[in-house]
Ligand binder design. Structure first.
Ligand code: PLP
Length: 389
């Protein structure tokens, strides 16, 4: 496709996974079972089954299902006893909760810069920001591309500082051919509606190879309970549980995750090919390296154009009806962080500061077709030439 004759509408924000008859039946069966005489929404063997299946899928010893990735990160910060006086290092290019999980514990967030090729946290820059107060490091497997886990392991080996990955984008992501769920101290996944798999709109999990850590997270997600030999409350905890129905659907979603990722990867490759040779657009790295294919994030190479991202996205949205999203504005730019004194100058992450002005995500979902990709690429090329006029 070289020219756009007919405008098509390609919104951003479709469902990230695939919902089919088996998911609907899983919901119906869970509700039916709970409604039978003597039935209830507790106990939930589905939770154990789902946690075991998710841990196996992500290559971790343990998975703890929780109601979101945000709460997964909160729980990890609590389990690591992060508190006032502590510093937690994370990336500026991420969703706000990778930082606010530390702020909520009274800790200070220290931003480190990102690698301009992968857009993931740069381990070398992290090293330079470590102090005696650094309590944890939160790299993000950005867009579904694994962070440099070996380099972060080396930091833990040398300093003892635990790594908690924000794996919201990373269901099915691999690093050097292996799933990432057991890497670092923990990985925090999201099953929110637009993610690679979803548990009825919300959900998440913590995975870890550390059984003691898993037990603390498990306790805190459910009021600090220990059930055996008698019920005790051993720490301050919360109710961050998934429901029986969500766990039942988590199992059907997991059963089809390989198919979902294969479709996402196919769309990724189409998009990548369709954008080849568009000089003003920097395409994402790492597509053939175990990428979870959650987001297709491109950059407008602002050094090569006379307009900004807003002008381009305005044309794409209003003229060509292609919805794009921004993942993400720099974390320090959200007003809550600004009010706490975080800003671009003190963060001192020049690569992320630039990249955050350039990134945008193209619509890429399991149902995205080759024709969609060609249309999107063509709309980008036309918008680039029109924005420059
Ligand atoms: C990088 C990142 N971390 C964390 C989250 C939070 O996930 P949840 O909505 O499951 O809390 C998101 C949500 O989009 C995200 O993109």
């Amino acid at each position: 496709m070289n020219d756009i004759k007919n405008i098509r509408e390609i919104p951003f924000g479709a469902m990230g996974g695939i919902y089919e008859q088996d998911d609907i039946e899983a919901v119906m069966n869970a509700v039916r079972g709970a409604s039978e005489p003597g039935g209830s929404f507790f106990p939930l063997p589905e939770e154990t089954d789902f946690q075991n299946a998710f841990a196996a899928h992500e290559g971790a010893a343990k998975a703890i299902g929780v109601n979101s990735c945000g709460t997964a990160l909160d729980l990890c910060m609590m389990a690591l006893d992060v508190g006032p006086g502590d510093e937690v290092i994370t990336a500026p290019l991420t969703f706000v909760c990778s930082a606010t999980c530390a702020i909520a514990r009274g800790a200070k967030v220290v931003f480190a810069d990102i690698d301009p090729a992968t857009l993931c946290l740069d381990p070398q820059d992290v090293r330079e920001r470590i102090t005696d107060n650094t309590k944890a490091i939160i790299p993000v497997h950005f867009a579904g591309l694994a962070a440099d886990c070996d380099a972060f392991d080396a930091i833990t080996d040398e300093t003892g500082i635990p790594i908690v990955y924000d794996a919201a984008h990373a269901v099915s992501t691999h690093y050097k051919g292996q799933p990432i769920g057991g890497r670092g101290k923990a990985n925090c996944y999201s099953f929110q509606s637009n993610k690679n798999m979803t548990t009825l709109g919300e959900g998440g999990a913590v995975t870890t190879d550390d059984e003691d850590f898993a037990e603390v997270v498990r306790q805190k997600k459910t009021f600090g309970y220990v059930y055996r030999p008698a019920l005790r409350v051993v720490s301050v905890g919360f109710n961050y549980r998934l429901t029986k129905v969500q766990c039942a659907v988590g199992l059907t979603q997991l059963a089809k995750i390989d198919r979902v990722i294969a479709r996402r990867l196919e769309a990724f490759r189409h998009m990548h090919r369709s954008l080849e040779g568009v000089d003003e657009i920097i395409r994402p790295a790492g597509i053939e390296t175990g990428h979870g294919c959650h987001l297709y994030v491109v950059r407008l190479d602002t050094g090569k154009v006379s307009f900004d991202r807003a002008a381009l996205l305005g044309l794409l949205k209003n003229k060509y009806k292609v919805g794009c999203a921004i993942h993400y504005p720099a974390v320090w730019s959200w007003e809550v962080l600004a009010e706490l004194g975080y800003d671009e100058d003190t963060a001192n992450c020049p690569i992320a500061a630039k990249v955050c002005q350039e990134v945008f995500s193209l619509p890429l979902f399991p149902h995205t077709t080759a024709e969609d990709c060609e249309y999107i690429a063509c709309a980008i090329k036309q918008s680039l030439s029109e924005a420059g006029e």
